[in-house]
Design a protein around this ligand. Sequence first.
Ligand code: UDP
Length: 239
Amino acid sequence: MKKEVLGVYFDDLTREEAAQAGAALLAEDKFHYVVTPNPEFILAAEKDQEFLQVLNGADLVLADGIGVVYSAKIQGTPLKERVPGIEFAADMLTCLDERGGRLYLLGAKPGVAEEAGRRILERHPNITLCGTQDGYFKDEEAALLKVAAARPDLLFVCLGAPKQEKWMARWGKHTGARLAIGLGGALDVFAGKVERAPESWQKLGLEWAYRLKKEPQRAGRMAKLPLVLVKAAGKRLKK
Ligand code: UDP
């Protein structure tokens, strides 16, 4: 079931349910894409109609940030739980490993996707890493041709939002992949360049605070986030 949070229609799934839904998409012989919006996406989509359409056109819309879960609750339409994109990606890697499928990593700074791939293969030896490409290409179509030539089943698109979602919606069906996932900075995490918050922080819903502590330069970007909660409260009061 979909639940709307300020214009974005989220799939109301637990992490396990999301993994099952993702596995079903990966088994189907056609292109699908998954988005993992956080509150920053919601605010950006309010001002960018194309981005909003691309988000709502995805096969799965997963609530990546605790801010999304809080907003849904404030609105009176609670979501079951947060489904972090990076965890969904890890579940899809397990699934791909079981099938012995092909993985392509697109995005991040030069060298990062290769290192992420190396580490992923250590854990998932049945996966074929069929290609990597950094995310600072000038020509979108040329980037697509390289991906398509590698014939991936699963594609991680890590270019930051909204670039990665727009790229998937525009070019995804020409890649030949069964499943593409927009994952922001996930390759930096898989490559060991950026650390995720310890589990204790994650459980308290404080992953954002840990990130702010580690990357204080994000303060400007993150300062807007409470706005989403305020807007959700406004919506509830109007009801
Ligand atoms: N990135 C990229 N191409 C670009 C801009 C960004 O590949 O043109 C990468 C960047 O190197 C980083 C990721 O996209 O690995 C986005 O990271 P960010 O922290 O913005 O995403 P978040 O994790 O917050 O969604």
